[in-house]
Write a protein that binds this ligand. Structure first.
Ligand code: ZN
Length: 237
């Protein structure tokens, strides 16, 4: 599966009997949004040939069954050609339900976590501009808790993420406008894809990394103090 919920299948078509056939049907697999297993999928509901030929929509929706958990999976195929014997489908298939992005919220302040959870829900439903708005609100909540020095540090992290991920100028500018709240550009899937990765990285750096380190250090301090106390007790006896 390629990023952003698209998957590729070569040479798929619907024949006059309404069967969906493709050269890779034996190996057609994707990560199921329900059980999260990379599973083989089987078409169980395909629109009829005549029905499609009458209205000629630009895309066709097909229901598949996940062969691991048997849940329904909805895929949308672009139509390439309406032929007399077969309807040829394009290779870029869109998964209508996307796997929810995973993120560890445990060290995030409640308001930041709540807003970012909603941001990721928008992304999972392909609502990229709603996603951008929620990212901006997430960052507003995060900035409100930060010192001026930390806000400047975030700018350094942004610049570093851009360099590491080799993001082009236009995309990065839009991402930065969303994150810094200077304004709210209308974004597309490409910018949303960069924005989600940078947001996750940023929130990880600001909260999760620090939280995990502090937690680990306090556990180590506890055990070293305990062992010192033990030494003192055994020394005094
Ligand atoms: Zn499944």
């Amino acid at each position: 599966m390629t990023p952003f919920g698209y998957t590729c299948v070569m040479g798929a078509f619907i024949d006059t009997s309404g069967q969906l056939l493709n050269d890779r049907s034996e190996t057609l697999a994707l990560t199921c949004p329900h059980c999260q297993v990379l599973a083989h999928i089987t078409p169980i509901a395909v629109p009829g040939f005549n029905e499609l030929n009458t209205h000629r929509p630009k895309a066709v929706g097909v229901v598949y069954r996940c062969d691991a958990c048997f849940a329904a999976i909805f895929l949308r195929f672009p139509v390439k050609i309406y032929g007399p014997q077969r309807i040829e489908l394009g290779a870029q298939i869109q998964e209508v339900e996307r796997l929810e992005e995973r993120f560890s919220y445990s060290h995030l302040p409640d308001d930041v976590a709540l807003l970012f959870r909603e941001a990721l829900a928008c992304f999972a439903h392909n609502q990229f501009n709603a996603f951008a708005s929620m990212c901006q609100r997430t960052m507003q909540a995060a900035y409100a808790r930060m010192s001026e020095a930390n806000r400047l540090w975030v700018q350094d992290q942004l610049a570093e993420a851009r360099k590491l991920a080799d993001i082009d100028d236009t995309t990065f500018n839009d991402v930065k406008r969303v994150i810094n709240g200077t304004d709210l550009p209308t974004i597309d899937q490409t910018v949303a894809g960069a924005l989600i990765e940078i947001m996750k990285d940023l929130l990880y750096q600001v909260y999760v990394r620090r939280g995990r380190l502090q937690q680990a250090m306090s556990v180590r301090r506890f055990f070293s103090e305990e062992s010192l106390r033990g030494l003192r007790v055994s020394g005094s006896s």
